[in-house]
Design a protein around this ligand. Structure first.
Ligand code: SAM
Length: 295
């Protein structure tokens, strides 16, 4: 088999051939390092039985490698001007489907329906400004995936793994740690992209974890408490959650729940672990006479 040209050469050839001008507003920093591209596919642990959703394929450097490893790849790209290059590149690859659209407005359940019960893995080298909303939408959304492997800004990888009391700890850390086990893979230098981004990046794989709450209402209450606590993280948790109007939880309810979990009434939300937030939520739910079972 003829050896493929390297990623840097393919990228500049396709950009020229299709007269593509990279768009800053879509965070278009394309990976041109073959070694890093291979390492992302390895980090995502793609198997020949897997279906993959790739978010933001660009002109397909990662897509091509994912398609070599997976049963099928569906790539969702927002920029219409990249679609002809992608379509041409994958014309002879029946296991690649290109979908033009905004990932935050795409019906992923419909898009992945043809894959049936195959394990679904999500892989993305996303623009940094949409990483958090996309990851949160996937964590809280209703499609069943087994892992999410994302390239993120190094600081975002740190936030995902941060623990109580640190500056990086927040709603993203708690959501990631509640729904998944985060496995940091490796860091990536700005030199591996064209154009060079201003920041260093990291690849992190989030493996789906066992959900501990079976009740959607309780989960919603817990993330309401978390969001309120971190929206005003300098205030005590009672002030942030009960006096901000963000939740219907009363001072008496939250104070009693905190005491039951072993915290004083003036604790800040950033001191509680993911398990503590669950315990606080369960306590309040049970006191309200809510049995915690889904209806
Ligand atoms: N995957 C390619 C690579 O690794 O070289 C390109 C990565 S580039 C950092 C991000 C890609 O995501 C761009 O192609 C951009 O157009 C696309 N993108 C940006 N916002 C998007 C959105 N909301 N939905 C889908 N794709 C998006």
């Amino acid at each position: 088999m003829m050896k493929e040209e390297n990623a840097a050469t393919t990228t500049s050839r396709l950009l020229r051939a299709h007269d593509i001008h990279l768009k800053k507003r879509y965070g278009q920093n394309f990976l041109i390092d073959d070694n890093i591209l291979d390492k992302i596919v390895a980090a995502a642990q793609i198997d020949s039985a897997d279906a993959v959703i790739e978010i933001g394929p660009g002109i397909g450097a990662l897509t091509a490698r994912l398609a070599d490893a997976a049963y099928g790849v569906t790539a969702v790209e927002i920029d219409e001007s990249l679609i002809p290059a992608l379509t041409e590149r994958f014309a002879d690859r029946p296991n690649v489907t290109i979908h033009c659209g905004d990932i935050l407005k795409t019906n992923l359940a419909a898009l992945t329906a043809p894959y049936g019960d195959r394990p679904l893995k999500i892989v993305a080298n996303l623009p940094y400004y949409i990483t958090t909303p996309v990851v949160m939408a996937l964590l809280e959304g209703d499609i069943t995936w087994s892992s999410i492997t994302v390239m993120v800004q190094k600081e975002v990888a740190e936030r995902m793994q941060a623990g109580p009391g640190s500056k990086a700890y927040g709603a993203l850390s708690l959501a990631v740690q509640y729904y998944t086990t985060a496995n940091l893979q490796f860091t990536v230098s700005p030199n591996c992209f064209v154009p060079r981004p201003a920041v260093s990046s990291a690849v992190i794989r989030l493996d789906v974890g066992p959900r501990r709450m079976t009740d959607v209402g309780m989960e919603r209450m817990m993330f309401g408490i978390i969001r309120a606590a971190f929206n005003r993280r300098r205030k005590t948790m009672v002030n942030a959650v009960c006096k901000s109007g963000a939740t219907d939880i009363t001072v008496a309810e939250l104070t009693a729940a905190l005491a039951a979990v072993g915290y004083p009434a003036n604790v800040r939300g950033e001191m509680l672990t993911s398990a503590d937030y669950e315990a606080v939520t369960r306590f309040i739910s049970e006191k309200r006479g809510y049995d915690g079972r889904s209806s």
